[in-house]
Design a protein around this ligand. Structure first.
Ligand SMILES: Cc1cc2nc3c(=O)[nH]c(=O)nc-3n(C[C@H](O)[C@H](O)[C@H](O)COP(=O)(O)O)c2cc1C
Length: 208
């Protein structure tokens, strides 16, 4: 892969004033040298319909293109009812389809999340890790970035003001870049390499 590590950043909230969007913006300023975070907004992605998966809407084609041209992904997720929000799962599902054309396959990934409460999205993050197994995504295990009590860690303009959280995000991104260099093929060859890992044992030999 080229020396520059390109990370696609996606936040799972459409809310104006979202803490998770704010955490993702903060991350763009905390990446190590020779890496960058490009942002993708989920607001143009319609609801998934399997009837349309072979001819997806342009926003989905763009999402899949952006995932494939990145070396890695950073997902910043709120916790909704102990899981990830529907808009995030919806986008994940679109980009994993149709069968055999899973844009996520083989990517390295990191997870962060911010919540108002004390749990800091832990339950949602562990659900996302389970989903990553289905996607053949390779998440970084540590550090875990679970931003609790978000109302006191960001100011009224959405700036991250909590120095220990900044340092933790910095550490996460450094490890993500190292991890990505260790495990990732070049982005151009990702779709080809995905076929090597894509034969699901339950698929009857059909590439996943
Ligand atoms: C439908 C819904 C379900 C929620 N469920 C949880 C939850 O299970 N755990 C939690 O800590 N916060 C929960 N919250 C509160 C969110 O943590 C809070 O709204 C947070 O600010 C959302 O992220 P955002 O600021 O990026 O939009 C929920 C909020 C909504 C709207």
């Amino acid at each position: 892969m080229s020396s520059q590590v390109r990370i696609l950043g996606i936040a799972g909230s459409l809310r104006r004033g979202s803490y998770n969007q704010a955490a993702l913006r903060a991350a763009t300023l905390l990446v190590p040298e020779n890496s960058e975070i490009d942002l993708f907004q989920l607001d143009g992605i319609p609801m998934f319909n399997e009837d349309d998966e072979t001819c997806p809407p342009s926003a989905v084609l763009e999402l899949k293109k952006r995932i494939r041209s990145a070396n890695s992904v950073l997902i910043v997720t709120p916790e909704y009812n102990y899981s990830i929000p529907g808009i995030l799962k919806n986008a994940i599902d679109w980009a994993s389809r149709p069968h055999g054309d899973n844009a996520w396959s083989g990517k390295s990934a990191a997870i962060m999340g911010a919540s108002l409460g004390a749990i800091g999205t832990a339950r949602a993050q562990y659900h996302l890790r389970q989903i990553f197994v289905a996607l053949n995504v390779f998440p970084l295990n540590r550090p875990e970035v679970m931003i609790a009590d978000a109302a006191h860690r960001f100011d009224e303009n959405g700036h991250l003001i909590h120095e220990p959280t900044k340092r933790l995000i910095q550490e996460l991104l450094k490890h993500l870049v190292d991890w990505t260099r260790r495990i990732s093929p070049a982005p151009e060859s990702t779709s080809a390499s995905s076929t090597a890992t894509a034969r699901h044992p339950l698929s009857g030999g059909v590439p996943a």
